[in-house]
Write a new protein. Structure first.
Length: 331
């Protein structure tokens, strides 16, 4: 498919970018999981996206807090067995897609927006099914987490200074609805898709598909989507301004520009920045495009190469894009 956008009247065709919303784009850490808080966060995200004039966008998003909340609700209802995670993934993709569609429509009345419930194929033999690692649901104290784990049969783990439930997070392999997404993009829609990493399914030898108990990492799914669409830029928009060297220490500094090799030489936490770094590295390595991690509040500057951590395949090109890299260290 062609990734060139419609003419903007002056600069010619606009390129296409995939923007993955995370962090405070949907819900601040520790904030009550209310519909009002989600709507407020979505409104802020929509206003930020409405300020982008240089690119057409395909938008993905996380669902960790929301899918965890639905799972808790299911555990509390004793009239039927709890719904499996793949069904909850689909519910949250529709729920968050609706809220984002509503707010994007209010912020950009001329832009048609559509949500695509997106199946993502995973491997039934993925070792992640026996090693839960994806955080979902609200935060707990250690005592609360261990009590909930005993009550519900969960796996739990430390997430920063709190504790949360963890579930399997297999590798995304293929976007089932890719052709539909491409056609909608070509027709001018802003597409919301692969929400929460998509709905995990496995393929059987006879071609049938079935859902599985998992939540796919939304950043890895976004990287796969961006590669499959052939876009030039993948942006992981979060609640921090950049990837930090020495994060959490007195010497921490934002990394302004890097290559996949330099980023991979650093250590990042598996439950937070690690998957984001891995996602942009995979995208850059497989496509030769540009990956960016930074604050949603600076989305235009992220896309223009003026903010965040800009990841490019060639060190010289990365430094050229960032000039003197004045907002941080050039890796």
């Amino acid at each position: 498919m062609s990734t060139a956008g419609e003419l903007d009247g002056s600069a010619g065709p606009r390129p296409l970018a995939v923007v993955a919303l995370g962090g405070n784009a949907l819900l601040r850490r520790g904030e009550p999981l209310s519909a009002a808080n989600q709507a407020r966060a979505a409104r802020g995200a929509a206003r930020a996206l409405a300020g982008v004039g240089t690119h057409r966008l395909v938008v993905t998003h996380g669902n960790g807090p929301q899918v965890g909340l639905l799972a808790l609700m299911g555990e509390a209802f004793h009239g039927a067995p709890p719904y499996p995670l793949d069904v909850l993934d689909s519910e949250t993709e529709g729920q968050i897609g609706y809220v984002l569609e509503l707010e994007i429509g209010n912020a950009m009345p001329a832009q048609e927006t559509v949500t695509v419930l997106t199946r993502v194929v995973v491997d039934a033999e993925d070792p992640a099914f026996s090693e839960p690692s994806k955080f979902v649901g609200p935060v707990y104290t250690e005592a609360e987490a261990r009590s909930a784990a005993e009550q519900h049969g969960w796996s739990v783990a430390r997430d920063g200074d709190a504790w949360r439930r963890v579930v399997p997070s297999p590798e995304p392999r293929r976007i089932v609805e890719l052709r539909a997404i491409e056609r909608l993009i070509d027709d001018g829609f802003l597409v919301l898709c692969a929400g929460g990493g998509g709905i995990p399914v496995i393929e059987h030898p006879d071609g049938r598909q079935s859902g599985v108990e998992a939540v796919i990492d939304k950043d890895l799914a976004s990287a796969l989507l961006a590669s499959a669409l052939g876009v030039e830029t993948l942006v992981l928009a979060t609640d921090v301004e950049a990837v930090y060297e020495g994060y959490g220490t007195p010497e921490q500094r934002p990394i302004a520009a890097a290559t996949p090799a330099t980023l991979r030489s650093e250590r990042f936490t598996s439950g937070s920045m690690g998957p984001k770094v891995e996602a942009v590295c995979r995208f850059v390595e497989s496509t030769g495009g540009r990956g960016v991690i930074g604050s949603l509040n600076e989305i235009e500057a992220l896309l223009d190469g003026r903010a965040g951590t800009q990841v490019l395949p060639d060190q010289r090109q990365a430094l050229t894009d960032k000039g003197d890299a004045s907002h941080g260290r050039a890796a």
